[in-house]
Ligand binder design. Structure first.
Ligand SMILES: *Cc1c(COP(=O)(O)O)cnc(C)c1O
Length: 395
């Protein structure tokens, strides 16, 4: 079984490039050139160097004594929260800006939900001296104002999107519209393993540095490269894709993907795509998608803006239907609890997204010798408002 992309851009029955005519030139250009560029010696060298000196990689693999004791297993935390700009998103934006320069683009657009991808994109654009426009749902602009201010300070233009539910899905629609209107000079930096081929594969490759490092770091710390579990949250799926990548063909590694159940999978306010979704096309690829009987996208809900998306990437849809990965979901409440627990036991305030992955530790029965890696995709600074509200309600 191969869980990687095939030569037509599909993971099993998922993936492909379902795009309007006007996007064909740009997508075709990327499809033809991306592998040649990103696998070239000069690209790899520059990418590696920036990951090290600019983003601060390798991110530590931290053995958590206290979680290990509590869950009766060996729990390691992959500290993507310590990267420059506070999450794994910088791995992808560094890769894509280097690619954009090599194909001669001078203007960058991006979509963002929580603002983490917007900040990571504005950051690499500042460094590269490229114009940057970030589309962000008006609801997210209001609930993530520190990230909006950061993007502006970095020199990006933030365009609030007033259509639909005014969140990530709508921001993505606007970014696609911009690209169609500006096909020559613009590159669209998509923030997750979604979108038309080759984006899911390209973003997964840039994020795969996460599992490459986990293997090396586990080898040094435990003598074996292969853990028993890798756990990651899934919005579009890029941090999970990166954490799973070099373990996909190691069947002894249990891959655990954690979606946002919101107020409960059956509450009508959820973003648990694999539990609620059916095959469909969104934002240029065929995947699993939350939709009504007649194919209208259902508005998702999660307390975490980064997981508030009605689809998942095609790699994950395939991992779900082939049962290579196990999909769990955590509610807002379970995530908040897990975030508080990690903060008070380890002194690490995780992003609300990452807290969903941590919540899965409660749902699995481990054996005492199990080696478990949880990907802490980001830090919690941006989520302090939500955390404060929760703690006040607990008093
Ligand atoms: C954006 C984000 C996510 C969700 O995106 P994926 O593509 O599923 O990784 C998760 N965690 C953090 C910290 C994020 O910023």
């Amino acid at each position: 079984m191969n869980y990687q992309i095939d030569d037509k851009g599909y993971y099993g029955i998922f993936g492909g490039a379902f795009i309007p005519e006007m996007m064909f030139h740009n997508i075709n250009e990327l499809q033809k050139n991306y592998l040649g560029i990103i696998e070239s010696e000069s690209f790899r060298k520059e990418f590696r160097q920036l990951l090290e000196d600019y983003a601060g990689r390798p991110s530590p693999l931290y053995y958590s004594d206290r979680l290990s004791e509590h869950y009766s297993a060996h729990i390691y935390l992959k500290r993507e929260d310590l990267n420059h700009t506070g999450s794994h998103k910088i791995n992808n934006t560094i890769g894509q800006i280097l690619l954009a320069k090599r194909i001669g683009k001078t203007r960058i657009i991006a979509e963002t939900g929580a603002g983490q991808h917007g900040v990571a994109t504005a950051t690499v654009c500042a460094r590269a001296g490229l114009e940057c426009v970030v589309y962000m749902g008006a609801v997210d602009v209001a609930r993530q104002s520190p990230n909006v201010e950061k993007m502006k300070m970095l020199g990006a233009e933030v365009r609030p999107v007033e259509s639909g539910s005014k969140t990530l899905k709508d921001a993505t629609n606007e970014a696609i519209r911009d690209w169609i209107n500006n096909p020559v000079d613009t590159h669209y930096i998509i923030g997750s393993v979604v979108g038309p081929h080759p984006y899911p594969d390209m973003v997964a490759r840039f994020q795969s540095v996460i599992s490459e490092e986990i293997r090396q770091q586990l080898k040094v710390k435990t003598g074996r490269e292969i853990p028993d579990y890798v756990i990651a949250c899934v919005g579009g799926g890029s941090n999970a894709a990166g954490a799973f990548y070099h373990f996909l063909n190691e069947p002894q590694v249990q891959l655990i993907a954690v979606e946002a159940a919101g107020k409960g999978v059956d509450s009508g306010e959820s973003a648990a795509t694999t539990q609620l979704g059916r095959p469909g096309v969104l934002h240029g690829s065929r995947s699993l998608l939350m939709q009504t009987a007649d194919g209208q996208v259902i508005e998702p809900y999660s307390i975490s803006a980064g997981l508030d998306y009605p689809g998942i990437g095609p790699m994950h849809a395939n991992l779900f239907v082939t049962q290579r990965a196990r999909f769990l979901s955590a509610t807002d409440e379970q995530a908040l609890k897990a975030a508080l627990y990690l903060s008070q036991k380890e002194g690490i305030i995780p992003a609300l997204e990452s807290a969903h992955a941590l919540a899965a530790l409660e749902m699995i029965t481990f054996k005492p010798d199990d080696i478990v890696v949880v990907n802490v995709s980001g830090r919690g600074d941006k989520d302090m408002d939500a955390y404060l509200k929760y703690f006040q309600s607990q008093k």
